[in-house]
Design a protein around this ligand. Sequence first.
Ligand code: FES
Length: 269
Amino acid sequence: GAGAAAPGRRTGTDTSGRAAIGARTLRTDRWWVQPLLTVVALVAFIVYSAFRAFQDAHYFAEPYISPFYSPCITTACEGDTFPELFTGPAFISPAIYILVVPLGFRLTCYYYRKAYYRSFWLSPPACAVAEPHRRYTGETRLPLLGQNLHRYFFYLGLVFNVVLTYDAVLAFRDETGAWGHMGLGTLVLLANAALLWLYSLSCHSCRHIVGGRLNSFSRHPLRYRFWTLASRLNAHHMRYAWVSLFGVAFADFYVLLLATDTISDLRFF
Ligand code: FES
């Protein structure tokens, strides 16, 4: 803070009782590199995924469907990997109806919260760097109160993981519907599904759901086993968050290249 707050209205690092340091930080390393990289990577993903979601084309290349468009639940869908549930207005892309689940899941994720609170809100931008905001209310009010919805998005995300795994299984059929096909696209969809499972199973809410609020682990051996596994994965949650984000964009991009005949699928069987 600038240290200029009037007496009695002191907030943040100007609170009385704290050392009167004028500088915003005494750190001499390049603490701003990480928040900057986070902004660049997240903005790139947001721009690309928004473009693809609104494009409403090139998301299906037999037998592959882009993860941005799955589950594809309207009658306007290219391909038929999922039951078509309703007919929507033609100007709404099928990706828009399902966007809320992955978007809500990632936006409320504990790791991404840290990432965007630091890099976009600068609240604070790094350890031991004072934030520019005068007041801090945490996640006690709207809209940030909504972060508590994370556990419900976690459950919905599991349903999506099942659907995307099903898409990867369907990718073992060829254009005629016969089983026994395997192309690079099959592996791309499989890897995407696997990474999304790792992201979900390493989730902080997942760890709490399987092992939280237990007074005695010895009386719940199975949950203890799951909790141990979730804890191990949880240590790498940040990595899974980034790799699965990259993975889902890559899987979409691969389908885009096939659907526009830019490349043809490498075929193993
Ligand atoms: Fe990141 Fe739940 S904490 S997905």
